[in-house]
Design a binder for this molecule. Sequence first.
Ligand SMILES: [Mg+2]
Length: 658
Amino acid sequence: MDCIIISEDDEWAQQLEAKLSQANIQAARNTSKSSLTTEDTLYLVDAANRQPDIADCSKRIVLFTDQPNEQSVVQLPRTNAPQWLLNHLGIGSKGLPTNCGSTSSEGQIIVDNNGVILSINENMSSCLSGAAEQWENTYLDEIFPELTDKTNHPVRRQLNKLCHQGQPCSGHLFAAKNSLGRNRYLEVNVSKLIGNRFLLSCRDVTQRTSSHNAMRHKARFDALTGLANRQLLMDRLRMALARSKRFQRQLAVMYVDLDHFKPINDTWGHAAGDAILREAGARMKDTVREIDTVARLGGDEFIVVIEDLQDHRDAGTIAENILNALSNIFSWQQHEFNIGCSIGITISDSDNEDANSLIEKADLALYRAKSKGRQRFEFCTSELTAQARYKMVLQEGLQQALQENQLELHFQPIASTDSNTIEGAEVLLRWQHPKVGTVPPKDFMPLLEQTGLIIPVGEWLIEKACKQWVQWKEIGLIHKNARMSINISNCQFSSQQLISHIQRITSNLNMPKNTLALEISEELLSSDQNGIEDSFKRLETSGINIFVDDFGLGNTSINSLSKFNLTAIKLEKPLIESLSNAPGENSLMAFSALAHSLNISMIAEGIDDKSQLKILSESGVDSYQGYSFCVPMNASNFEGFISKYNNTEKIIINSYPG
Ligand SMILES: [Mg+2]
């Protein structure tokens, strides 16, 4: 019962009851005070003929009387009671709120406590693109489809809250379906009306929400392929990882890289490239389950996350399916392309693993798959992980290496092939890592270059080596013309500061510049990089010697040998072997003659067999270095070796000829 009319005036009570009934408000007449017990019921008390016992009444009392009374809760004239009541409650003659009309800018829906729609206003029906009658006497689910199977839906929760606690609720956003089947977004406030009915005031925020959703979509999905982007991938991977730990299930992360994508982009342009990427993404998505994630990291790199694996071998099967899907022909316009892909897989197997480390491991495995010939998949193994850890340890320790004197110079003598006279030495950098031990240059030189530390480390090396070399000359350990050669990376060579740094050091030490050589890579001879020619010119005018290191690895033309003023080329062991074993005339001799005609000396590297010396000497190779003569040594061992050598061989270190 919505309200109880308490009056001894039956006629007045009947009139009031009838009026309320027209407005769908259930009313009952009662003359007994004993029924004044429930809080939800509104008590309409006629106090015309008597004084009600106010203390017995609960909160919701309206007192009608023409006689002002000091004790009353609310005093109102009884003659206009029906209309006043409707106005006061905001209800029109049809039982709708009086503001549920064309004057309200909001959409309004009135429902009963079963969710049956009693009425909707014009704004609401136009928002829903239909006539009000279409929805009246249907359930609220017709407008808010999410209500159908979600009993915990916010609207229902709010209705419950209102029914049981009498609290109004506001400001929740709901997706509504209009008569055309399109989504509208409504901000809904729910309030209770008299008679177990509820008013839903709805503000249409579709435009605002759609642009917000579009922005949200843009931030989380790759615009080209519609796949998850890196941000969404990381979110999903973190959640998947948490689930896999909780339920003790395996999770696979696959790093997929298209094999022959770049030439398509380069040859046919981005339109072709983009079409291939979209198609590749779609094929991958078709290969995995709905719950799995396919994301594009950028370029032609994708990540696939497979959850809930029964066995790690299943990941191999899925990878095989992806390989097959992408090995089918791709078409763009009238053209057909073979693409294919390589895949690196890692399986989460420890509690300490995080999303980033899984992707790094998959990347390591991908690298291996590519190096083994592409169009295949590889799992990340413990050996691969150990390599990655090793690289990380080196990377972390690199800064300290210089500060804590962990870097050391080693010297390897270079001797003449005919007399074994020591003519000079090559300076080599060694790293004594406190945990790892001796780190070979091939492991840390790339890191120095990647981090840019090659410049300060290079400058430190040049200064320290020059000081040492000058000191050995001053004490008479080596000949004053003996030459020291220092390896220079490509990035050092193109640095503006290199030559001025060397000039400053050699002048401070009073070291003749022709007793110093820089060993550069063969590829610099044919490089068209900006500034390389300038560096060569400045070196030539400075008087510092240029050695071409590891000669024989590249494809140097005779022209580039004659283009620059080179002092020597250092021949790689395989080149020496192939030249000496070539059929017909001694090619090594012919090559030496050519080099000499360009005033370039020949130094053989990596000579570990003394028997080779005779051939080298006869072929015109001037000098050599290698284990057969002497290994690289630190400064004190080098001193010891040279002293002993000078005494036993009775040969004073000589200078280079010419
Ligand atoms: Mg070298």
